[in-house]
Design a protein around this ligand. Sequence first.
Ligand SMILES: CC(C)(COP(=O)(O)OP(=O)(O)OC[C@H]1O[C@@H](n2cnc3c(N)ncnc32)[C@H](O)[C@@H]1OP(=O)(O)O)[C@@H](O)C(=O)NCCC(=O)NCCS
Length: 440
Amino acid sequence: MGYVKNRFKEVADQLAAEIKTLLQEHGETSLGEVTLAQAYQGARGIPALVTETSLLDSNEGIRFRGYSIPELREKLPKVDGGIEPTPEGLFYLLLTGDMPTDEDAGHISTTWARRSHVPNHVFEVIEALPVTTHPMTQFCAAILALQTESKFAKAYADGISKKEYWDYTYEDAMTLIARLPRVAAYIYRRKYKDGKHIQPDGMLDWSANFAHMMGFDDNQFKELMRLYLTIHSDHEGGNVSAHATHLVGSALSDPYLSFCAGMTGLAGPLHGLANQEVIRWIEELQANLGTQEPTKEQIAEYIKKTLSEGKVVPGYGHAVLRKTDPRFVAQMEFAKKHCPDDATVKTVWNVYEVAPPILESTGKIKNPWPNVDAHSGALLKHYGLLEEDFYTVLFGVSRALGVLASLCWDRALGFPIERPKSFTTEWAKAQVAKAGKATA
Ligand SMILES: CC(C)(COP(=O)(O)OP(=O)(O)OC[C@H]1O[C@@H](n2cnc3c(N)ncnc32)[C@H](O)[C@@H]1OP(=O)(O)O)[C@@H](O)C(=O)NCCC(=O)NCCS
């Protein structure tokens, strides 16, 4: 067994024992009540999922294993000469809870490079789809095609013990993550670059190789990819992509099937597809006003127009966050350093100044602040990654790190099939009537 896998097993066994004791001694502790409003309105705030890899505070934002994004940017290993963290190091942290050394991150990088070969039939599945197919649909189809490689599915069919589920889940997670950049870059070159594909470079780290296979060899873009793929990886367990992966995995569907479920959720415009929607909205704004840098007054009018048409202002609002998303701030810092004069970047910053008070004045939007998707498109455009339909695929490659590390934990902790209780409105009315009688 590799040493990362050994370390994971060690910490997982320890936590499994702690959870056992916790449940024996405090299993009846109440975490709060569930109101009718919560049940009807997207289960907001109901603490019903355990996710070890990260925790979201509505005011402070995300912490990955206790570390904020600024702390991660400082402490996670970097490539030689780089200043942004590597996703390899982040994955090690999510999986084991330990801050990795350079050697640990390097070990993950080498393992992924070694496992990155994508079987031919996956490319054939992609090629069977019309080239006009949305990149997220091609991505999901390719993930399903990769499922033929699942060690978990094979081992389950062979009849393994429950105690071994975590092992095959880990193996599938590592192989799937290793292969995603090649698949994503293939979709990119097929759709936008006349199918002129670029072979992987085994000497590069995961992010740089991904950038290279898409056709970007600029070092600053590679740094952006390292940052991007790190900060989009995880946002605790209740968001659609994380929850869907966890839910489908709870049926012991293998990691490929589970991750594909997460990706079909990420493809929704209220979730990951928002990064595509944001930049489209900004470009429409620029085109409508005939300028790359509209004034704040013009932006304010455009936001009001969007709201009056019954549409959402993409990139703003969040189901949990109530302040500016630190993932937005990290990207803004990157842009301030590398491209402060870019007109679209400046427009993103002007929207940030203008939008919150307008959104707040509606009296119904709970979070008027920008989320992760409000900034990413402007940065990608700056470096020449112009095809916004592809942006959610980048998000998906990153999200694999968080949801697959969590899936390893789900199996290592022996979590059961997920099956919350549902009810009809008739049943709800009866509960309300009963409660009314009790208080009368
Ligand atoms: C993220 C999002 C789905 C969260 O939804 P939520 O938890 O239901 O948000 P709220 O409780 O604040 O919603 C209350 C109302 O404000 C609206 N609202 C929320 N954010 C809005 C926005 N950015 N623009 C316009 N209206 C918005 C909701 O649609 C809802 O309207 P309704 O009562 O008419 O149905 C929502 O803010 C949104 O649609 N944002 C834009 C899309 C986006 O950026 N998604 C990426 C999220 S990381």
